[in-house]
Ligand binder design. Structure first.
Ligand code: NAD
Length: 525
């Protein structure tokens, strides 16, 4: 039975005033989400508040004001969602792949149809420029769903015709490896690319026949709630997709601990990833961990200067440097160093910072006060350690911001030189608009700097020498290497990091393997 939506916490007057908006609203014809409406959970095909009625304030980073409320769910909500997902699993996993595929494509079409409201919601939640959300985040969310909807129709089947030779006692047999969905998948995502990263998990999980309990970031939950509404409209059976909103401790950890969730796909910080590995290890859950990065961006003397320059600016400051793949350590070969850095700083100074909802804005707000304080503390540390701030290094002057943004979480794009590569600023993930620069002598030196951190997510290099590109790529400690480009994504390729950047890979066949259990069937001839 769907739970009736009632205000359970009379003390929370805002909730009382908002709940009527959603009473009985399960399949709206068009998305009517506006910035001041409330986010909900999706449990068993119903949009619902948290069981306890508790809510979290959602703050618009561009203004510092509360713009909405989200359910502050707990283990009871997770238990409901897991029960719904487990009940939906037998029929969903038994449905022919084209049926699942069709629903995922319908959902992608609904995302396209609601591009503008989703982009606006993403921008308001995250502080990212609405132009970025419209051109990247939301279209890529639809692309994720379409990609796996199609990929699952064409999964190669492993078959071996065995003649019994070469194995003592071997007899002739046919082997076929079946791939079966694993059950309820727990899908946990961060705040930097909210809908994009959540659909990157939902698409392969559901396409392969699993059901899902998702936990979006509590900082940016709005588009996940909208996705929940769209999934109802698309016609997903109740319980196939469940979305639980709330904090990591109250709503995320119960998913990790729940014995009914054997598969966990997590994207977020290395620290939380380590806790998840420690906690789920004894339960032998299958884990995919996509974690932090401190990615090098290497420019050799022979590189195409203009291409390297424009990509270095994009790699450093897209989404205010809050992309796990950002090139936050710029390594420039000595002969090119001074000219490149001068041009780089000019380009960074010219980035237009402003209201994320203004179409011409290139740099929006950081996602939260906490993130702003973290970035400022690393820049302070860099100064204490003798680093030279070449540009930025502070929030913008209030007078340079539009009136509505004067209390927002803005920080000027910042470039810092002269640090010891072993210092904390060069070694730890800042995840903000801060790029450090280092000169290097030769290939060997570039590799020792590039590989000299605990992380190994992505690396970029620019050179016009194909042999060098091949040599250096092969020796970089990174799960993803881009040569003469940045952030070019073919969804068939493995995605993920080595060292402290993660465990396992997502993308293409890697994701299909992750969400399925191989079962070998051996038939004697
Ligand atoms: P985070 O680790 O704080 O949170 C990520 C998600 O985990 C959130 O939904 C959060 O609520 C949840 N969570 C927190 N504690 C939990 C717990 N104990 N149990 C279960 N869930 C819990 O990360 P963040 O600050 O949201 O995101 C930034 C981090 O994400 C950065 O380190 C960034 O590099 C990383 N990231 C990695 C990739 C990648 O593909 N490798 C992509 C994007 C972001």
């Amino acid at each position: 039975m769907p739970r009736r939506i009632t205000p359970r916490s009379p003390a929370d007057a805002r909730w009382t005033s908002l709940f009527a908006t959603f009473q009985g609203r399960t399949a709206p014809d068009t998305l009517s989400r506006v910035p001041d409406s409330s986010v909900l959970n999706l449990v068993n095909g119903q949009m619902t508040p948290a069981r306890g009625g508790r809510t979290l304030d959602l703050i618009e980073p561009a203004t510092g004001n509360v713009h909405s409320l989200a359910p502050n769910s707990n283990a009871d909500d997770v238990a409901d969602a897991v029960a719904a997902a487990a009940a939906a699993f037998p029929s969903w996993s038994a449905a022919p792949a084209p049926v699942r595929s069709h629903l995922l494509i319908k959902l992608a079409d609904l995302i396209d149809a609601n591009l503008e409201s989703l982009a606006r919601a993403e921008s308001i939640d995250t502080g990212k420029p609405v132009s970025l959300a419209r051109s990247v985040d939301i279209p890529r969310a639809a692309a994720n769903l379409r990609f796996f909807a199609r990929a699952v129709l064409d999964v190669p089947v492993e078959k071996y015709d065995f003649d019994g030779a070469g194995v003592p006692g071997g007899v002739p047999a046919y082997n076929t490896t079946l791939r079966k969905p694993r059950g309820v998948a727990g899908l946990i995502s961060p705040w930097n690319l909210p809908l994009y990263l959540l659909t990157w998990k939902i698409a392969p999980a559901l396409a392969t026949g699993n059901t899902a309990v998702c936990k979006p970031s509590e900082v940016t939950p709005t588009t996940a709630s909208m996705l929940g509404e769209l999934s109802i409209k698309a016609g997903f059976p109740p319980g196939v997709l469940n979305i639980i909103q709330g904090t990591g401790a109250d709503a995320g950890a119960p998913i990790i601990r729940h014995p009914g969730v054997p598969t966990i796909s997590f994207t977020g910080s290395t620290k939380v990833g380590q806790w998840i590995a420690e906690t789920s290890g004894p339960m032998l859950k299958r884990l995919s961990l996509e974690l932090g990065g401190k990615n090098p961006f290497i420019v050799f003397d022979d590189a195409d200067f203009d291409a390297a320059l424009s990509n270095a600016v994009r790699a450093g400051f897209t989404n205010q440097g809050q992309v796990c793949l950002c090139g936050s350590r710029l390594l420039i070969q000595e002969k090119l160093h001074d000219r490149f850095i001068a041009a780089f700083v000019d380009r960074v100074r010219a980035l237009k910072l402003g209201d994320p909802l203004d179409e011409s804005t290139q740099q929006g707000a950081l996602v939260s006060r906490q993130q702003l304080d973290k970035v400022a503390s690393y820049v302070d540390l860099a100064r204490q350690l003798g680093g030279k701030v070449l540009c930025g290094g502070s929030p913008p002057a209030a007078a340079d911001l539009p009136a509505r943004c004067r209390n927002g979480y803005f920080y000027l794009p910042t470039v810092i030189a002269g640090l010891d590569p072993a210092c904390r600023v060069e070694q730890e993930e800042i995840f903000g608009p801060v790029v450090t620069v280092q000169p290097f002598r030769d290939e060997a030196h570039s590799l020792s700097l590039a590989n000299g951190t605990p992380y190994g997510l992505a690396a970029t290099l620019f050179t016009n020498d194909p042999a060098r590109a091949e040599r250096v790529s092969a020796n970089l400690d990174a799960g993803i290497v881009w040569a003469n480009c940045w952030m070019v994504r073919d969804l068939r390729t493995p995605f993920g990091g080595m060292k402290q950047s993660g465990l396992g890979r997502e993308g293409g066949m890697e994701a299909i393997r992750f969400f399925t259990e191989p079962k070998n069937v051996c038939v004697k001839k």
